[in-house]
Write a protein that binds this ligand. Structure first.
Ligand code: HEC
Ligand code: HEC
Ligand code: HEC
Length: 258
């Protein structure tokens, strides 16, 4: 395969009035990112068509695996029309990159994942987060022994047979880096990610604004406001708990935001 598939996520756009999505979240995650009860597919990776088929199938007993009874209970009360129009799922799977056909990209996937989303052998960086430039450097470096960590020998074996030209133009990687700010080290930013996403790209608990779209000033105002109860909406109590232990100074200078 020369190409990598990446879903464009549009789950939040057209949620149906019919199906009670809140009820799904404690199993499937606020952004459909979890394997429900350790067993379902990751719904955010499914297309709208696949989701519709699954939901109708659970209702009619024609789809599912060992835990399909659980899903039957969750959706049996909805009409076919409602299940067809939940708005959950990807519009389509789109092509992300064109890989160099001289490189046997399939052979990489066993370790790096089908979409470069895994830490290979529990050790590599997530290649999906790297830019094309960083990847060229890494691959050439593995070939010549000038890049890498403890397991660079593994990668040497995987790239030594390719020409420099091919390694420079593997086609793997992001065109440019996603924006990542310099966060205030006094704030435990890791603790925020389970709700707001690794890149602040999620509506936390299905409810917050997308923090990645906010300016630093807006974020400062929000955080100070959550601390003093002067900002926020129905779930501001959740955020109060997350920020009350920080000084005003730290909240003003979190480094989060555009
Ligand atoms: C109690 C936990 C739970 C709740 C609540 C729940 N689900 Fe599920 N869901 C599951 C499990 C478990 C599966 C896998 C079932 C199987 O074995 O086929 C699943 C599967 C699915 C699938 C298909 C994915 C696959 O594995 O093929 C979709 C789509 C889905 N659920 C949507 C929903 C929607 C929409 C709601 C809310 C109306 C919901 N779920 C509520 C546990 C849950
Ligand atoms: C046997 C498992 C395995 C296979 C197959 C494999 N890799 Fe790797 N890859 C690793 C490991 C382990 C690392 C981290 C090595 C280190 O310590 O520097 C790594 C690192 C990388 C990195 C740099 C990321 C970093 O941590 O700096 C890139 C880019 C990469 N691999 C691309 C590829 C490509 C392209 C292929 C296929 C041609 C491939 N890998 C095949 C295991 C594998
Ligand atoms: C348990 C989930 C959760 C965690 C953890 C969490 N947040 Fe939030 N966050 C929310 C929710 C829910 C809202 C929306 C609250 C409301 O109703 O005003 C929110 C709102 C925000 C907002 C304002 C956006 C808006 O909707 O107006 C910012 C900025 C923010 N959080 C930053 C953080 C930071 C920084 C951390 C870590 C220190 C963090 N959050 C941890 C759930 C969480």
């Amino acid at each position: 395969m020369k190409q990598i598939l990446l879903g464009i996520l549009t789950t939040s756009a057209f949620l149906s009035a019919g199906v009670d999505m809140e009820s799904c979240k404690h199993c499937h995650g606020a952004d459909w990112e979890k394997a429900a009860l350790g067993s379902s597919k990751i719904v955010r990776d499914m297309t709208k068509t696949e989701v519709t088929e699954a939901l109708l199938g659970y209702k009619n007993g024609t789809y599912g695996r060992s835990m399909k009874g659980v899903m039957y209970t969750n959706i049996k009360m909805y009409s076919d029309e409602e299940l067809k129009n939940t708005g959950i799922g990807l519009d389509k799977k789109v092509i992300r990159g064109e890989f160099n056909p001289n490189i046997d990209v399939k052979s990489c996937k066993a370790c790096h994942g089908a979409d470069w989303e895994k830490a290979a052998l529990g050790s590599s960086k997530i290649v999906a987060d790297m830019t094309k430039d960083e990847i060229s450097e890494a691959l050439l470096g593995y070939k010549y022994g000038t890049y890498g960590g403890r397991m660079k020998g593994v990668m040497h074996t995987n790239v030594k047979m390719y020409s420099d030209e091919d390694l420079k133009n593997s086609g793997i990687g992001l065109d440019k880096k996603r924006l990542r700010a310099n966060f205030n080290p006094n704030i435990d930013v890791k603790s925020c990610k389970s709700c707001h996403g690794a890149d602040w790209e999620k509506a936390a608990l299905g409810s917050s604004k997308i923090v990645a779209d906010m300016t630093q000033q807006e974020v400062s105002d929000a955080l100070i406001g959550y601390k003093y109860g002067t900002y926020g909406r129905s779930m501001k109590g959740v955020m109060h708990t997350n920020v009350k232990m920080y000084s005003d100074e730290d909240l003003k200078n979190s480094g989060i935001g555009k």
